[in-house]
Design a protein around this ligand. Structure first.
Ligand code: TYM
Length: 334
């Protein structure tokens, strides 16, 4: 029997739990894809150092919690390999080699670099921040994946990873096959909006840095309270005022979870329903969807997750070590 095709993806443990953007944009896809492909799902703890180098102990705690979220959302450790990046040293070795063949200009053009540079501040900016996508290229190419399932915001990183792989192949010989982007077709899933709006009243992506998230492990009451305070059509003061579902955070998220969203949107538009009704119906469908995830999560102990991660690191290492043998051979470093 030939090997099943592999897919690989990862999330940064910059927080202790995952939000609906992580879930809809990527994790939910992983759960489906693990039935077809051999899935490697990584918690990229070294990447988190680019913004949290002052608190590695927190990164380590977060990593285990993120792995619990993976399992709670439906990742099956018997089928898929769940592991922590820093447990597989091959990621660091390949990163080093890639760092020698990646032109600085490629890295300076990455949009997320400029954003993060502003957040971190120039005087505190570390060398690793610029190299962030080089490490990501190593994460991906080590597993020679068929595809990488991620949200839309990762597309520039994936393109750069491909460029780095091609450059390696040109210089030293074919080691890394091409891989596909696996991004949700539905634009709303590929970029899930948060509960708020920016200064111009426009929705923006759900992100920890905007503090506009619903987390998978929020309690039902926490979820309800957040949704009650969410951004809706600002000109819809009364139920009878016409709504604009395209610009309303609650209507957008409702579309992802409610089978009746088209009717709900039409009634919102026509002023037949008010924002409170949208909110309470959204609270109900979302809490219902998250219930089994929360229940599974509560049942996962620290010892369980440690065992899963130990086994995952072993499996990942096995594949990664083979790729590194090929890399060293191609470069005559044997
Ligand atoms: P990270 O940790 O920022 O996000 C993890 C995943 O969640 C997706 N995502 C979203 N999708 C839709 N809507 C949103 N609002 C939203 N917010 C986050 C992201 O697209 C991502 O798929 N650089 C990566 C981590 C990484 C990686 C890798 C990914 C490191 N090595 C190798 C894939 C393969 C990152 O920062 O993801």
């Amino acid at each position: 029997m030939s090997d099943p095709k592999r897919i690989l993806s990862g999330m940064q443990p910059t927080n202790e739990r995952l939000h609906l953007g992580n879930y809809e944009g990527a994790l939910r896809n992983w759960v489906e894809l693990q039935e077809i492909y051999k899935l490697y799902c990584c918690v990229v703890d070294w990447h988190a150092l680019t913004t949290m180098a002052d608190d590695p102990a927190q990164i380590a705690r977060n990593s285990k919690e993120i792995a619990k979220d993976y399992i709670a959302a439906g990742i099956d450790p018997a089928k898929s390999t769940v592991f922590i990046q820093s447990h597989v040293k091959e990621h660091a070795e390949l990163h080093l080699i890639f760092s020698m063949i990646t032109p600085l200009g490629w890295l300076e053009r990455v949009p997320t670099y400029k954003e993060k540079q502003q957040t971190v501040g120039t005087e505190r900016e570390a060398y690793g921040l610029l190299g962030y996508p080089v490490l990501q290229a190593a994460d991906i190419l080590l597993y020679k994946p068929y595809g990488v399932p991620v949200g839309r915001d990762q597309a520039p990183h994936l393109e750069l990873s491909r460029e780095i792989g091609r450059r390696f192949n040109r210089l030293y010989g074919e080691v890394f096959p091409e891989f596909a982007n696996i991004i949700p077709e539905d634009e709303l899933r590929a970029k899930v909006p948060g509960l708020d709006a920016d200064d111009d009243g426009r929705l923006r992506k759900m992100s920890k840095s905007y503090d506009n998230c619903i987390y998978l492990s929020d309690t039902a009451d926490e979820t309800a309270a957040k949704i009650k305070g969410a951004f809706t059509t600002p000109t819809k003061m009364r139920k009878t005022d016409p709504g604009v579902p395209e610009g309303c955070a609650v209507c957008q998220l409702l579309r992802l979870y409610s089978p009746n969203w088209q009717i709900q949107w039409e009634e919102d538009r026509q002023g037949i329903r008010g924002c409170m009704q949208n909110k309470s119906e959204f609270i109900e469908v979302l809490n219902e969807h998250l219930r089994p995830i929360r229940e599974r999560r509560a049942a996962i102990g620290d010892a369980d997750i440690d065992a899963i991660l130990r086994k995952g690191a072993q499996e990942a290492r096995e594949f990664a070590a083979q790729t590194m043998d090929e890399v060293r051979l191609a470069m005559h470093f044997v």
